[in-house]
Write a protein that binds this ligand. Structure first.
Ligand SMILES: Cc1cc2nc3c(=O)[nH]c(=O)nc-3n(C[C@H](O)[C@H](O)[C@H](O)COP(=O)(O)OP(=O)(O)OC[C@H]3O[C@@H](n4cnc5c(N)ncnc54)[C@H](O)[C@@H]3O)c2cc1C
Ligand code: FES
Length: 449
C-alpha cells in the first residue's frame, strides 16, 4: 500500500485514499472480531463506528505525511534511512549532520552522504558550491575546519554528498599526511556526526544559461563538476554540456559509472575521459590517452562556450593560459583551486588587482573599525590576521579555508588599506579584501563587518 501511496503526488488525494483504505480495513477487522464475540448490538455498532473513524483518521494523517515519490535520488544516490525534505531556507553558523552512507569511489576518493541530525528541511544549493565542515580531531587543540565541494545534485535535495581525496604525505618530504582527509577516511563512519556551515562559494554554474558549458577537471577536481553536470541535465536538459575529465587510469577515476549513466539519459551531456596511464582492463572505458590540455579541448569543442576548471594547480594554470591564447575571454572562464600552487603571475587578474601596493611600512599599531558591529579596537602584529582579530573581538565573520583560497571571508573595506601575507587565490573585487590572510597597512582601517 505504501508503495502505491508514494506514487500519488497530490497530498490531499493521498490523504483521502489512505483514509478510506485504512478506515475500511479497520472496519472490516472490527466487524469480524465483533462477529466472533457475542457483543450486544448497540455496543457492537458503537465499537465498529469508533474503529472506522479512528482508522480513517489515522489513514488520512498517514497519507498527508507520507512523501510522494518521483523526485528521489538516482540509484547511485539512493539512501537508506529517513526521507529528507528540501527547502530554500538555509541555516546560520554550524549545524550537525549525520553520515548516513560512506562509499569508496576510487583508489583515493571516498564519498560521505550527510543528512541533518535535527531531521529538518535541507536547503538546496547552487551547483559547484562547497560545504565548510568542522571536526574535533583528537590531538588538535581546537576544531579543524575544511571546505569540500558538494558532489551530488538532486531535486528535492535529500542529502549532501562530500567526496574526499586522501592526502598522503607529499613525496620526498617528511610532512604529516593530510589531517582532515585522512581522519575522514579512517575514522568517520556511517553514524558519525559532523558540523557544517551552509553551502557557499561563487564557482557556480548558472543553469538557466543556454551557452554551451565545458566542465574540465582532473583528479578530485571532478567533485564540483558532478553537481554541475547533474543540475544542468536536470534543470536545463537542452543545454549542451561537455564533461571532460583526466585521470591516471580506471582505478583513480571516481564517478565514471555515475556520470556515464547521467549521460546515457541526456544526449546533450557529452563525456570525454582522458587516461594518462590506462591499464588493459580500462579498454572501452576511456576516450583518449594522455593529459587533458587545450589542444584536446579545442578539438572537442568547436563553438563559443563557457569553461569551468577545477583540478591540480599546474593543470588549471596550463588550461587558463591555453584558453586565453585561443581567444576565450576571461569572462567565460571560471575556476576553483582546492590548494595553493598557482604562481602569482598567473592568478586571476581580479585577485592581482586586489593585492595592494606596498606602503611605506606597516605600522606597529592600527585602529580597526568594524563598522556594522560598532566596534573599534587597536590591532598589533601579535593579533594576527584581521579575521583572527575580529574573532578576538567577539565577532563571528564567515570563513572556510583561512588560506585565501575559497573567498568566504571576503569583506568590503570602507577606509584604509590592508596588505596580504600571502597572495590570494580567490578572486576579490577592488573594494573588498580577504581578511583571513591580511593585516592592516594603514593606521586606520574600516571594515564593513
Ligand atoms: C573551495 C574548496 C573546495 C574543495 N573541495 C574538495 C573536494 O571536493 N574534495 C577534496 O578532497 N578536497 C577538497 N578541497 C581541499 C580540502 O579543503 C582540503 O584542503 C584537503 O582535504 C586537504 O586537507 P587535509 O586536512 O587532509 O590536509 P592538510 O593537513 O591541510 O595538509 C595539506 C597537504 O599539505 C601537506 N603538509 C602537511 N604538513 C605540511 C607542511 N609543514 N608543509 C607543507 N605541506 C604540508 C599534507 O601532507 C597534505 O598533502 C577543497 C578546497 C577548497 C578551498
Ligand atoms: S576563509 Fe577562505 S579565503 Fe578567507
Amino acid at each position: 500500500m505504501l508503495e502505491s501511496l508514494g506514487r500519488i503526488q497530490n497530498p490531499l488525494v493521498r490523504s483521502l485514499v489512505a483514509g478510506v483504505t485504512v478506515g475500511s480495513t479497520v472496519t472490516m477487522a472490527a466487524a469480524i472480531i465483533l462477529g466472533m464475540t457475542n457483543a450486544k448490538e448497540n455496543t457492537a455498532y458503537r465499537a465498529a463506528l469508533y474503529a472506522a473513524l479512528a482508522g480513517a483518521g489515522s489513514g488520512a494523517i498517514l497519507g498527508l505525511l507520507y512523501p510522494a515519490k518521483g523526485n528521489q535520488p538516482s540509484t547511485s544516490t539512493q539512501l537508506q534511512g529517513r526521507t529528507q525534505r528540501s527547502s530554500n531556507e538555509s541555516w546560520k553558523d554550524w549545524r550537525n549532520f549525520v553520515v548516513i552512507r560512506k562509499v569508496k569511489e576510487s583508489e583515493e576518493i571516498t564519498s560521505f552522504y550527510l543528512q541533518p541530525e535535527d531531521g529538518r528541511d535541507l536547503p538546496n544549493f547552487q551547483p559547484g558550491q562547497f560545504l565548510t565542515i568542522k571536526l574535533d580531531i583528537p590531538g588538535q587543540a581546537k576544531p579543524v575546519v575544511r571546505t569540500y565541494s558538494l558532489s551530488d545534485y538532486a531535486e528535492p535535495c535529500t542529502h549532501y554528498r562530500l567526496s574526499i581525496k586522501r592526502e598522503p604525505m607529499p613525496a620526498g618530504t617528511n610532512f604529516m599526511p593530510g589531517l582532515v582527509s585522512n581522519f575522514m577516511h579512517d575514522h568517520v563512519q556511517e553514524g558519525s556526526v559532523i558540523s557544517a556551515k551552509p553551502p557557499s562559494g561563487k564557482f557556480v554554474l548558472d543553469v538557466q544559461k543556454t551557452l554551451p558549458a565545458v566542465l574540465i577537471s582532473n583528479g578530485v577536481g571532478i567533485t564540483p563538476m558532478m553537481s554541475m553536470a547533474k543540475a544542468a541535465t536536470l534543470r536545463n536538459p537542452q543545454r549542451s554540456i561537455w564533461f571532460v575529465h583526466g585521470a591516471r587510469d580506471g582505478q583513480f577515476h571516481a564517478f565514471r559509472d555515475e556520470v556515464t549513466a547521467v549521460a546515457q539519459r541526456n544526449p546533450n551531456l557529452r563525456l570525454h575521459f582522458a587516461y594518462s596511464r590506462p591499464q588493459p582492463e580500462d579498454r572501452g572505458h576511456y576516450h583518449s590517452t594522455g593529459y587533458v590540455d587545450t589542444a584536446l579541448i579545442r578539438a572537442l569543442v568547436q563553438q563559443d562556450a563557457e569553461y569551468f576548471l577545477c583540478g591540480s594547480p599546474a593543470f588549471m594554470q596550463s588550461l587558463r593560459e591555453g584558453l586565453k591564447a585561443a581567444g576565450v575571454p576571461d569572462s567565460q572562464v571560471f575556476f576553483e583551486a582546492f590548494t595553493k600552487g598557482i604562481s602569482t603571475g598567473n592568478i586571476s587578474t581580479r585577485a592581482e588587482a586586489a593585492i595592494p601596493t606596498h606602503s611605506n611600512g606597516a605600522g606597529k599599531r592600527a585602529e580597526i573599525v568594524f563598522a556594522q558591529s560598532d566596534t573599534t579596537a587597536t590591532w598589533r602584529p601579535d593579533d594576527g590576521s584581521l579575521l583572527e582579530f575580529a574573532e578576538a573581538n567577539d565577532l563571528n565573520p564567515p570563513y572556510s579555508c583561512r588560506q585565501g583560497i575559497c573567498g568566504t571571508c571576503v569583506c568590503r573595506i570602507l577606509e584604509g588599506e590592508v596588505e596580504y601575507q600571502e597572495t590570494p587565490v580567490a578572486a576579490v573585487d577592488d573594494d573588498s579584501v580577504l581578511i583571513c590572510i591580511s593585516t592592516p597597512k594603514t593606521a586606520r582601517v574600516v571594515l564593513d563587518l
